[in-house]
Write a protein that binds this ligand. Structure first.
Ligand SMILES: *Cc1c(COP(=O)(O)O)cnc(C)c1O
Length: 384
């Protein structure tokens, strides 16, 4: 890819709306083939052959023992907490998509917010221990933007205190840490295959687990608790992925490496064009991580940069570039959660600061480099 220094570029208004992401879709003809097959077989859901094939192929592609497919990531999260019988209080991050905390709420679990660390914006292990009470039964961290949490340190804490460790890995499809899937850490990890994620099945999700018994239990729970024709072992839910979604997933898998390559090139170009601007920073990248380049967040330090985040955000919008302020506002500020003692902004200084500084810039396969360069030029203008 182009790695020349930034040319002095006169920024312009894009001729179409450029959103933060655009879903990748395989060629339509390829979908027609498997649709014909589904029409012929009339097997639409309930452990069909596409479902079975995708569970197998994903496990091998990701390098994980077991994959249980779900209708979406949120239901996977709900079911993961049920499968581990998590109760009482769970320690989690306010710097995430709201579904992370909603999953606790729907399971009648009290969320306890703990601050993030500034390098990767993930749950800060150093602050976890002091939030543990006799009611704490688990930790629910998020690999935010697909950047791995401090997985070894979190496991150590979970082991010492006998806590469940369930990762919301909705952003971490394909991410590797020390040459193995980051999804192999913790008791369970959940994935989302929503249209906005790096790997999509329109809607969809999965739980990654490490033994056959747990997989079985999860499979019962996602299908009303049915074991065989007449036995119901638990109050399960309907969270099954259907055959259309699974067929799309099988096609998407063939293109995933290509998709990540294109995202990587965009990441690299943004970094080249923005790294010398004082007051703008990125998430630190580690040499022992293979990234999926799901997002490209920048953080704007108002004191150094002179202009605040929302000015840049609005200016980009006025030029047809629709970044997103993930994750602003913090989950802890929403009505359902703001009265929790742990939701006080004084308890969450780093998360509060990061939420006020962040913009995720457009990144997706097919985004033309000229737009990346124009976005960088628009941001650069703020320094003059
Ligand atoms: C997208 C997302 C979810 C929810 O996934 P859905 O598939 O949309 O239900 C959960 N957590 C995080 C961090 C997410 O980004």
């Amino acid at each position: 890819m182009n790695s020349e220094p930034a040319k002095p570029l006169q920024p312009y208004v894009a001729d179409k709306k450029i959103l933060v992401t655009q879903p990748f879709l395989p060629p339509l003809e390829e979908a027609q083939e498997f649709l014909q097959d589904i029409w012929d077989s009339k097997w639409l859901t309930n452990q069909g052959r596409y479902h079975q094939a995708l569970e197998k192929e994903l496990a091998s592609f990701l390098g994980v023992p077991y994959v249980a497919l779900f209708a979406n990531g949120t239901l996977a999260l709900f079911t993961a907490l049920q499968a581990m019988r998590v109760t009482g209080e769970v320690i989690t991050t306010p710097f995430s998509f709201v579904a992370t905390t909603h999953a606790l709420w729907w399971n009648n679990i009290r969320p306890v917010f703990v601050d993030i660390e500034p390098e990767h914006c993930n749950l800060d292990p150093e602050k976890v221990e002091s939030a543990i009470t006799p009611k704490t039964t688990g930790i629910l961290p998020v690999h935010v933007y697909g950047h791995p949490c401090q997985v070894e340190r979190l496991q150590e804490i979970a082991d010492i205190y006998g806590l469940h460790l369930i990762y919301d890995a909705a952003h971490a499809f394909g991410v590797k840490y020390k040459d193995q899937s980051v999804l192999n850490y913790g008791d369970l990890s959940i994935l989302s295959f929503h249209a906005t994620k790096v790997f999509n099945t329109f809607e969809g999700g999965a739980i990654i687990c490490h033994d056959a018994k747990t997989k079985k239990r999860i499979d019962y729970l996602k299908n009303f608790g049915f074991v065989g024709e007449t036995t119901v072992i638990a109050p399960g839910i309907n969270a099954k992925m259907n055959e259309f979604q699974a067929g799309i997933g099988l096609l998407q898998l063939k293109y995933f490496d290509q998709v990540v390559e294109q995202r990587k090139a965009i990441t690299k170009r943004y970094q080249e064009l923005l790294s010398d601007i004082e007051g703008i920073s990125f998430i630190h990248q580690d040499p022992d991580v293979t990234y999926n380049h799901a997002y490209f967040p920048i953080f704007i330090d108002q004191e150094k940069c002179g202009r605040c985040r929302d000015d840049i955000y609005e200016k980009l919008k006025a030029h047809n570039y629709f970044g997103r302020r993930y994750f602003y506002p913090l989950i802890s500020t929403f009505n359902a959660y703001k009265s929790l003692p742990s939701a006080e902004p004084e308890n969450l200084p780093v998360a509060t600061r990061k939420a006020n500084q962040v913009i995720c810039l457009p990144i997706y396969p097919g985004l033309e480099m000229e737009h990346v360069e124009n976005i960088a030029a628009l941001i650069r203008e703020f320094k003059q």
